[in-house]
Design a protein. Structure first.
Length: 49
């Protein structure tokens, strides 16, 4: 029997993981502001994070 799908992803449990998520979100916000959502790439966001 499979479990029902989650409605949202799990938050990281370790501080290192939480810091990484924050860095990615900050980088994404910056890239989206400089370009647009459509022009942004995951590679660029990851490089900035």
């Amino acid at each position: 029997m499979s479990s029902p799908p989650r409605s949202s992803p799990l938050a990281p449990k370790r501080q290192r993981g939480r810091d990484r998520v924050e860095a990615i979100l900050t980088a994404a916000t910056t890239v989206f502001g400089e370009k647009s959502y459509e022009a942004a790439t995951m590679t660029e966001i990851a490089a900035r994070a």
